[in-house]
Write a protein that binds this ligand. Structure first.
Ligand code: HEM
Length: 469
């Protein structure tokens, strides 16, 4: 059997180049986790677009770089599956209810059916309806910033995207409930690592604590589900999921609703917070672009509330967001595991091999992007790229369901914050992104009321190897 797009069965040329460490492939993975960007660059520059970290003769991990490999991997989910290895919580526990029912871990018909049921909540008109809350909550944040001279931007963006997610996903009724849910979900996401590494239910263990938080979260989400049943017109995502049904009447069960909403929250808020953080950082380091963008925003929006339709027709705002997601994609690498022997780029990959595809490397290929390390939003005014050449939201059946939501959220937030404040990085701050594109030391920013006096501050950190200016 031969798969589409050139993937096929065993029988092709064996052997994939790659570094061989006497201490084994795990040593090389450690190097990857420690310096994800420099290490990917080194692998690509040294070994080419298919690189293996071997255990004996067998590849344990394969890095597959470039648009063709991206396409083969993301469009063939039967052979390249999203691994469930990381989520090792027992299914029958209350934790299992939060972690098992989610789109990334589903496949085949079940994935298609659930995605179909969820899609209406992310249609353009629905996302436009969430816009009013995005505006209100961003303005609430700017009120909280009054009188402050310095902020940690990444933390503030996380606070904001969390509030937006809670309001638009669950329709949380009041600010107190909003913050309480936020705290519970933050505690839960912080425990994920412990839950996975040491699922031991002993008194005072992190796992026991996680179980308690999961119980409270479950109770909260289930009571919201009940509330939505009696509110057919509610405009939030959960309400849409509660009322969604197939032509043959199939609906999501309560357990599935809990899992999906929890996943939407986790998948949606930190990625968007990191994307906003890097966009504001890049703008603060590119005074000319910032000045042009402010002019575009003032021309279109003036002083008042941004009209959502208008924001979608601003070419520079669109270019700024796209260019930021190109250079600093919050999901900078994607992971799959092979379900059977298959062929990738003419080479046989055995079953159970971890295969990584890289948005980071693809987005910086000089044959696709001239001067790839430069922040040039203007390039998007004429440039078109295929879904495998530009894929901040991935592509194929598991492509981000919330991409339109995220794009609108970023445009709304930027249009408000940039007109109110001028941001400048604290001089000589150390700015370094980690594996999931979070600035490891935060993003310390000085803010003053917007006065148009833009200038670039010197910074240190690994960002200096990632962006040319
Ligand atoms: C800038 C912000 C965001 C980025 C960069 C991003 C990126 C991604 C990527 C790369 C994937 C696919 C992963 C893969 O192929 O392995 C994905 C999937 C997903 N994202 Fe997002 N995302 C963002 C915002 C959101 C938001 C706001 C939501 C929901 C409100 C969301 C919900 C999801 C869900 C549910 C999936 C799984 C889809 C499936 O498996 O069918 N994301 N996202």
């Amino acid at each position: 059997m031969r798969l589409p797009n050139g993937t096929g069965p065993i029988g092709s040329k064996p052997g994939i180049p790659g570094p061989r460490s006497v201490l084994g492939w795990k040593m090389n993975m450690l190097r990857f986790f420690r310096s994800p960007f420099a290490y990917q660059r080194l692998l690509y520059d040294t070994y080419g677009n298919l690189v293996a970290l071997n255990q004996g003769d067998k590849p344990s991990v394969v890095f597959a770089f470039g648009p063709e490999h991206n396409q083969q991997i993301v469009t063939n989910p039967d052979f390249f599956e999203i691994s469930s290895e990381l989520v090792k919580v027992p299914k029958e526990t209350v934790l299992g209810q939060l972690f098992y029912h989610n789109l990334p871990l589903m496949s085949g018909e079940k994935h298609k059916q659930h995605r179909r049921l969820m899609l209406p909540a992310f249609h353009h008109e629905r996302v436009m309806r969430y816009g009013a809350e995005m505006v209100r909550l961003t303005e609430r944040l700017t009120d909280e910033w009054q009188g402050r001279a310095e902020i940690e931007l990444n933390q503030e963006m996380k606070k904001l995207t969390q509030r937006i997610a809670l309001k638009t996903l669950f329709g949380v009724a009041n600010e107190e409930e909003l913050d309480e849910m936020g705290t519970l979900i933050t505690q839960m996401t912080k425990s994920i690592l412990w839950v996975t590494l040491a699922p031991v239910n002993l008194p005072y263990s992190p796992y026991r604590r996680a179980l308690r938080v999961a119980e409270r979260l479950n109770v909260h989400i289930r009571s919201m589900i009940e509330r939505k049943r009696s509110e057919p017109d509610a405009a939030d995502v959960l309400a849409s999921l509660v009322h969604a049904h197939d032509e043959d009447g199939a609906r999501l069960t309560d357990e599935e609703l809990v899992g999906h909403t929890f996943t939407l929250f986790v998948a949606g808020h930190e990625t968007t917070a990191n994307a906003l953080t890097w966009t504001i950082f890049l703008l603060s380091q590119h005074p000319d672009v910032m000045s042009d963008l402010l002019e575009e925003l003032h021309g279109a929006v003036g002083e008042g509330e941004p009209a959502l339709e208008k924001l979608n027709s601003l070419p520079l705002l669109e270019g700024v967001v796209k260019e930021s997601l190109r250079l600093m994609p919050p999901a900078q690498i994607g992971a799959r595991v092979t379900t059977a022997s298959c062929e990738l780029g003419g080479v046989t990959i055995p079953p159970n091999t971890n295969v990584y595809f890289s948005q980071f490397i693809t987005h910086r290929l000089p044959e696709l992007y001239e001067e790839p390390n430069r922040f040039e939003p203007g390039r998007w005014s004429t440039m078109r790229r295929t879904p495998y050449e530009y894929l901040p939201f991935s592509a194929g059946p598991h492509m981000c369901i919330g991409w339109g939501f995220a794009m609108q959220e970023m445009k709304v937030v930027l249009s408000i914050l940039l007109r109110r404040f001028r941001f400048s990085v604290v001089p000589r701050a150390v700015i370094s992104p980690n594996l999931v594109m979070r600035p490891v030391n935060g993003m310390p920013m000085r803010i003053v009321p917007q006065d148009g006096k833009f200038g670039r501050e010197p910074v240190r950190g690994t960002i200096r190897q990632l962006v040319d200016w």
